[in-house]
Each structure stands twice: as structure tokens, then as C-alpha cells.
Design a protein around this ligand. Structure first.
Ligand code: ADP
Length: 501
């Protein structure tokens, strides 16, 4: 039985995993880089080990350093979280060699599903529908044109090793094939060290709908229904909900069955997600499998009533699944909003910096998984996801109203963030009506993109933040510096008015 788990990750997911371990009475080991010395996961874990400098290649991606921390701390298992090493097939192998349990699937399942070309072949053999396209990697323009003439334009040229929305090119006309092929291959080579690309039919106005599965070591597999992830910016999700507003019970059943078949085809073990792209007629096609916990897993936890991290640990312990498919139900509705330290007005550029103030929403139906606190310096080295707001309501209407309420209460100052942008999504007609596709953000750019500084909601919080910053400065200031502060600091007069001086 696992007694101590090293979490090979950081941020909100490391904190989230540590919490489940604590509830199970399992010891926890955090690992951290230079930039994360004061990070929340370090403070939450029972013990914390330094694993290297700030760049992730020298720390969170450094297998030797992580295994050394596991050995020295006496951890008997490693949870990889998501991102970083979670989908690197070398990692489970290396854990095995070191006699440490890897909480996740086998290296074989990971490498089959991590290679989109291999995955497409395996799915086709298992009878799971894939997007029409090529069976093998394409290197040559003529070959590409031949395929395109068969399946028809538009198409996507995609990196076989792709992830995070990178290495994808939309091709609408034949003249775009040659530059598209070259660009996709070069991007794939830089981002993933593998320039293999393939061609897939571009599905117009699609939905991204994925199914959560759990598989134990004894051949039992269950599916825990879908998550609708069509609100995306640059092919990356920012809002997810379950149930999907568009699925019928019949289509849900068929897709759930296909997800189980997909997992069975690679002898899957652990928690995983089968992603599908769905067209307007509800035709569904396998996109890829994520062989790990997803960022958006909490909405499934809320609606189905499971703790997926605990399930992962039970599976790694060799226990048979206690969940039975015919007993699983979706209850109510859940929505997740991803809170990023980024600037929606400036092409969602990451905006690291020091958090000066944070108001976290509480109350019925609200869960916040986060990794920041007041005074925390968000490092520039990692993904700028800083918190997730997960709300539950008895139906979609209530979940939506609750999301709006919670977002209104949620305030972060000191760093640019997308909270007001998320709030506007919750008020935008397409989302309100549950009638949206992966083009939702682009289609609603005018409504969604507003100047944050003029936003009424922001006004008070900007003022409070200015006041706090001012108080912080004057606490340390000499009389001379005080004069300089008064003369130079643009918010001084606003602060005076707040204090009624
Ligand atoms: P990644 O592994 O980089 O996340 P995916 O294959 O999962 O890439 O696709 C990410 C997103 O890109 C999808 O959710 C969808 O919005 C879009 N996409 C991918 N393939 C297609 C396609 N064939 N047609 C239309 N959109 C697509």
C-alpha cells in the first residue's frame, strides 16, 4: 500500500493532489524549483525537496532530480499531475527501474496515445471513429494534395506529437498546402523534437467533447460521462461544463461506449480522457487521448460524485474499481472557469508578477482550486494558470447564475488576469443559451474584449489595491521618501480621497 507520494508538479494541481493524499492519510512530498521556494504546494506538503533551477528542463522536467528526491524522501509512489512529465513514456519506465510506483498508465499506453498517428491507427482498429485523414505521416506536397483531393478542403495539418494547441495549421486552399506543411513541420520539430505531421479534415464549427474514464489493473473500465470544452482561445480550453448542452442521451451513451473501447484498445490503466470533435449533426470523431488527469477534472468530480485523485491512488494500489457503470449518474450541472495571470486585451499574453490582493469566492456550490496567495510572486517560467473556479448548480441555469456571482466576488490585484473576461463569457448570449462552438471567443470578440481599466467592477478594487500599495510603501519610507512619494505617485490624490484626508 502506498504510504508516501511525491507530487512531481507545481501550482494548483500539486496542491489539489496533496489535499486528497492528506484525506487518505498518505504522506506527501513536494518538489520545487528556485522560483517556487515560497509556492503554495511547498507550504502544503508534509515535506519539500529542491530539485533545481527555475527553468522546467532543469527542475520539473528533470527525471533524475525528481527520482533522487523520491529516493531520499522515501516516497513509494509518484503522482505526475498534468503537463511536465505526465505524458512522457520514459517517466513510468524510470520509476519502475527505481522501484517507485507511477500513478498513471503504462509507458506503452502513453506512447501509443501520445503519437497521434499511432493513436488514429489503434482507434480505427478498435472501431472508434476518427476524423477522416491520413493514416501515415506526410512529408511531401504531392502526397498531401492527393489526400486533400480525396477528403476535400479545408483540412488541418497537425503534428503527430502535438499538444497544447501547438503545431496545427488550417489549410483552406491548395496554394496553402506547401507553406502550411513547411510551417507545421518546423513548429512541430521545435516544439516537440519530432517533425511528423498528418492531415485531418477540418470540422467546421465543431464542439470539443471529452469523456473521462477510469480503468483498473483487472480489466474493469468505467466512463464518467462528458465534459464540454468548446470555449477555447488559441485551441486551448478556458471554460468547461458538464453535462454538454448539446448531447442527447443516445449520443452520450454511444460516445461513452467508444471511450471505453478506446481505453481497452491500449490496456489502459488509471484515469484518462478521450477527446472527441463533434460536428453540428452530432457526428463524433476521436481527436486524442490524454493519458493523465485533466485540468478540468473537477467538474466531473462534482457532477458524478467521485474524487478522481483518490481513484487514481486506489488503482495504483492494485484495488479493483469500486464504481459500477450502471450506478454512475450525472447529477446537476458544473462549470469550470480557468483563471490565468494573462492579459486578454493583449492576445492573452502571460502576465507574471506579484499578487497584492486576492478575494476568493466562497458559499454554496463553489470550489476554488488555486495556487496563489497575497504577496506571492507568480513566476514567469511556467503556465500562467493560477486558479480554477468550479461551481455546481442543480441545473445549468443555476450553475450559470452561481458562476456569475462567484466571479463577481473573485478579485485578484497586482497581476493582470482574465477574471472579468470570464465574467463577460458568463453573460454572452451564445454561452448563456448553451449554443456555442470552438469559435465562440473569436465570434464574440467585440463583446468579450473590453478595456479592463474602465470596467465598473474593477474600479473599487483598483482603488483598494492602490491604497494597499501606498500603505506598504509608507511603512518603510523616510520623511524625504514620503515627500517624493506624494509628489510622484499618481494615485496619491485618489488615496487621499478614499481616506477622506
Ligand atoms: P492538442 O493535442 O494540441 O490539444 P487537439 O487535437 O486536441 O490538439 O485539438 C485541440 C483543438 O483544436 C480542438 O479542441 C479543436 O478546437 C481544434 N481542432 C483540432 N483538430 C480539429 C479538426 N480536425 N477540425 C476542427 N478543429 C480541430
Amino acid at each position: 500500500m502506498i504510504k508516501k507520494i511525491l507530487v512531481a508538479n507545481r501550482g494548483e494541481i500539486a496542491v489539489r493532489i496533496i489535499r486528497s493524499c492528506r484525506e487518505m492519510g498518505i504522506g506527501t512530498v513536494a518538489v520545487y524549483s528556485d522560483a517556487d521556494r515560497c509556492a503554495l504546494h511547498v507550504l502544503y506538503a508534509d515535506e519539500a525537496w529542491h530539485i533545481g533551477p527555475s527553468p522546467s528542463v532543469q527542475s520539473y522536467l528533470h527525471i533524475d532530480n525528481i527520482l533522487a528526491a523520491a529516493r531520499e524522501s522515501g516516497a513509494d509512489a509518484i503522482h505526475p499531475g498534468y503537463g511536465f512529465l505526465s505524458e512522457n513514456p520514459e517517466f513510468p519506465e524510470r520509476c519502475k527501474e527505481a522501484g517507485i510506483i507511477f500513478i498513471g498508465p503504462s509507458s506503452h499506453a502513453m506512447s501509443t496515445m501520445g503519437d497521434k498517428i499511432k493513436a488514429r491507427k489503434t482507434m480505427t482498429a478498435a472501431g472508434v471513429p476518427v476524423v477522416p485523414g491520413t493514416g501515415d505521416a506526410i512529408t511531401d506536397e504531392l502526397e498531401a494534395l492527393q489526400v486533400i483531393r480525396e477528403i476535400g478542403l479545408p483540412v488541418m495539418i497537425k503534428a503527430s506529437a502535438g499538444g497544447g494547441g501547438k503545431g496545427m495549421r488550417l489549410v483552406k486552399r491548395e496554394e496553402e498546402v506547401r507553406p502550411g506543411l513547411r510551417a507545421a513541420r518546423s513548429e512541430a520539430s521545435t516544439a516537440f523534437g519530432d517533425d511528423a505531421v498528418f492531415i485531418e479534415k477540418y470540422i467546421e464549427s465543431p464542439h470539443h467533447i471529452e469523456f473521462q474514464i477510469l480503468a483498473d489493473q483487472h480489466g474493469n473500465i468505467v466512463q464518467l460521462f462528458e465534459r464540454e470544452c468548446s470555449v477555447q482561445r488559441r485551441h486551448q480550453k478556458i471554460v468547461e461544463e458538464t453535462p454538454s448542452p448539446i448531447l442527447t442521451p443516445e449520443r452520450r451513451q454511444q460516445m461513452g461506449d467508444a471511450a471505453v473501447a478506446a481505453a481497452r484498445a491500449v490496456n489502459y490503466e488509471g484515469a484518462g480522457t478521450i477527446e472527441f470533435i463533434v460536428d453540428k449533426d452530432l457526428n463524433y470523431y476521436f481527436l486524442e487521448m490524454n493519458t493523465r488527469l485533466q485540468v478540468e477534472h473537477p467538474i466531473t468530480e462534482r457532477v458524478v460524485g467521485v474524487d478522481l485523485v483518490k481513484e487514481q491512488i486506489h488503482i495504483a494500489n492494485g484495488k479493483p474499481l469500486a464504481l459500477r457503470q450502471d450506478e454512475l449518474k450525472q447529477q446537476g450541472h458544473a462549470i469550470e472557469c480557468r483563471v490565468y495571470a494573462e492579459d486578454p486585451e493583449n492576445q492573452f499574453m502571460p502576465a507574471p508578477g506579484r499578487v497584492t490582493h486576492i478575494d476568493i469566492p466562497y458559499g454554496v456550490g463553489v470550489r476554488v482550486d488555486g495556487s496563489i496567495y497575497e504577496g506571492f510572486e507568480i513566476p514567469l517560467y511556467y503556465d500562467p494558470l493560477i486558479a480554477k473556479l468550479i461551481v455546481w448548480g442543480k441545473d445549468r441555469k443555476e450553475a450559470l447564475e452561481r458562476s456569475r456571482r462567484a466571479l463577481q466576488e473573485f478579485k485578484i490585484t497586482g497581476v493582470k488576469n482574465n477574471l472579468r473576461f470570464l465574467e463577460r463569457i458568463m453573460h454572452t448570449a451564445g454561452f448563456v443559451e448553451g449554443d456555442y462552438t470552438t469559435h465562440f471567443i473569436d465570434d464574440n470578440e467585440d463583446t468579450l474584449m473590453q478595456d479592463e481599466t474602465c470596467d465598473e467592477h474593477c474600479e473599487d478594487i483598483v482603488m483598494i489595491s492602490a491604497l494597499m500599495e501606498y500603505l506598504r510603501k509608507i511603512r518603510k519610507a523616510s520623511p524625504k521618501e514620503m515627500t517624493a512619494l506624494k509628489n510622484n505617485w499618481k494615485d496619491y490624490s485618489r488615496v487621499r480621497s478614499v481616506l477622506k484626508l
